[in-house]
Design a protein around this ligand. Structure first.
Ligand SMILES: [Zn+2]
Length: 251
């Protein structure tokens, strides 16, 4: 069975399931779970079947992520995007549901995967936040959507920020960094004119501004580029095609 990462803060709730997959060199494509990166689909589907076998009651929902701020509400307990790319939720970077039996997913290799859970209204969400999604405050917009659609109180929402590229390894030019200059802790300016950008920190700050409690946000603290043996890293692997999956759902 492949190694996985889980969050302490999400483990104590009955019916709540979540997981972040890790690489497994004994599986096809090191256990990549992405259908959109031109690997042999049969091998990826075998990896997905092995993952789903751990959650036999759950139907998985996958989005076609486009670095947008588009949020989709899943209002039916129907599998989507799991066995074919064509059935994925189109042009979407955040998913929310109050349906039980649905596993919401996000595929990444450096971008920030975020899992959200409201234990009061029984709502879960996933967010895919690269720098563009972060610049568009997609995590905070997802919290607002949970509030308007499902009456979630931001103070009740638990968040887990899964492994992504860290400030140690995410060098960007000024054209990217300048979007985040309002927070001096969001970046480190380098002597070469480049910037080390801290996407997990920026998302955490946006969630605090959206009304979340500081001790309801758990960061993995793991950098995908530093820990490339366990996680796919687009930067570290010079444009890898593998993706790991972060997921959350209510049984
Ligand atoms: Zn690093």
């Amino acid at each position: 069975m492949p190694q996985v990462y889980t969050f302490k803060s999400l483990e104590s709730y009955p019916k709540l399931v979540h997981q972040v997959t890790q690489k497994d060199d004994t599986q096809a494509y090191a256990f990549s779970l992405a259908l959109h990166t031109n690997e042999n689909p049969a091998d990826i589907l075998a990896n997905r079947a092995a993952l789903q076998a751990q959650f036999p009651t759950m139907r998985f929902v996958v989005a076609n992520q486009t670095h947008s701020d588009h949020i989709t509400i899943i209002d039916k307990p129907i599998e989507q995007g799991w066995r074919a790319l064509e059935t994925a939720i189109e042009d979407c970077d955040a998913l929310i549901t109050d349906q039980s039996g649905i596993m919401l997913t996000v595929l990444t290799a450096d971008c920030v995967p975020i899992l959200l859970f409201d234990p009061v209204q029984k709502v879960v969400a996933t967010v895919h936040a690269g720098w563009k999604g972060t610049y568009q405050s997609i995590a905070a917009k997802t919290v607002q959507k949970m509030h308007t659609i499902f009456q979630s109180d931001p103070q009740d929402i638990r968040v887990a920020i899964a492994p992504s590229i860290g400030v140690c390894c995410y060098e960007v030019g000024e054209e990217v960094a300048r979007h985040f200059f309002d927070d001096p802790e969001a970046y480190i300016a380098k002597e070469n004119g480049k910037y080390m950008l801290n996407l997990p920190h920026i998302n955490q700050q946006q969630l605090l501004k959206a009304g979340l409690e500081a001790d309801h946000i758990e960061l993995s603290g793991i950098c995908t580029a530093c820990e490339v043996d366990s996680y796919f890293s687009y930067r570290k692997e010079q444009g890898c095609s593998g993706r790991f999956m972060s997921m959350i759902g209510l049984e």
